[in-house]
Design a protein around this ligand. Structure first.
Ligand SMILES: [Zn+2]
Length: 81
């Protein structure tokens, strides 16, 4: 596993624990990552979906598939909408 790959996995883990985690971008080490949760089915978001981690500087993305989403799954979406 490359160092960069490991950092992305660490970032995924940080956000699994805390949706507001402050995580440096593993790609450019300059920007910060933010997440967007996209449910397979918006009406039943507990079924899971994709969590997209995206850098605000270089726009690099990492997509994680959650079939059994973490407790904080979708919590950002409900706050913002
Ligand atoms: Zn970046």
């Amino acid at each position: 596993m490359t160092e960069k790959r490991k950092k992305w996995l660490d970032a995924v883990e940080e956000f699994r624990k805390n949706v507001n985690a402050v995580v440096e971008c593993p790609n450019c080490s300059d920007g910060l990552l933010s997440i967007t949760d996209v449910a397979f089915d918006e009406l039943d978001f507990k079924k899971g979906g994709e969590r997209i981690l995206k850098c605000d500087k270089c726009d690099k993305c990492e997509v994680v598939l959650y079939r059994k989403p973490p407790p904080n799954w979708y919590s950002k979406n409900s706050k913002e909408n």
